[in-house]
Design a binder for this molecule. Structure first.
Ligand SMILES: [Zn+2]
Length: 156
């Protein structure tokens, strides 16, 4: 991650993302972070999901006085996209303006894994300490458990 060669290997291909589109999606995630409701942690995060039909759906983290009910920006965006009818994500951009290099937490990686497109992977765009970084969900969540495991159990 982080070096230009790796980033160009991640972008393009099935993702359909070039560097300009990746930068735009990251900017959208950064803008979404401005709406974060983080009175307890002071750790704003924004996320922008790019669906397989090109729709962009944003989210921010939303905390709660009952801390365990807090939801991350990535899951807010993923659930909003799903609620709007989207079932495959090409990319997700994550921006944590106060903590460059932030990656999705384990719970969000698992939720995103539910919406991997059948023909590829979800590109994950991050704001690294040295600039934009592009990686993949498969890199962040190796040997994942997902819908196909349930299909195997059902013998389908
Ligand atoms: Zn999370």
């Amino acid at each position: 991650m982080g070096d230009p060669g790796n980033e160009s290997a991640v972008l393009g291909g099935a993702s359909g993302l070039d560097a300009d589109a990746a930068a735009a999606l990251l900017a959208t995630a950064r803008a979404a972070a401005a709406h974060a409701y983080v009175p307890y942690s002071g750790f704003p995060v924004g996320a922008a999901v790019l669906t397989d039909d090109g729709t962009v759906v944003t989210g921010c983290n939303v905390e709660n006085a009952s801390y365990g009910l807090t939801c991350c920006a990535e899951r807010v965006a993923a659930f909003a996209a799903a609620a709007a009818g989207h079932r495959a994500f090409r990319a997700v951009a994550v921006a944590a303006p106060k903590a460059l290099g932030t990656t999705p937490c384990g719970a969000c990686r698992q939720v995103l894994n539910e919406f991997v497109p059948p023909d590829g992977d979800v590109v994950v765009l991050l704001e690294g300490t040295a600039g934009p970084e592009a990686t993949t969900l498969a890199t962040l969540l190796p040997r994942s458990f997902g819908p196909t495991d349930l299909d195997r159990a059902a013998g389908t």
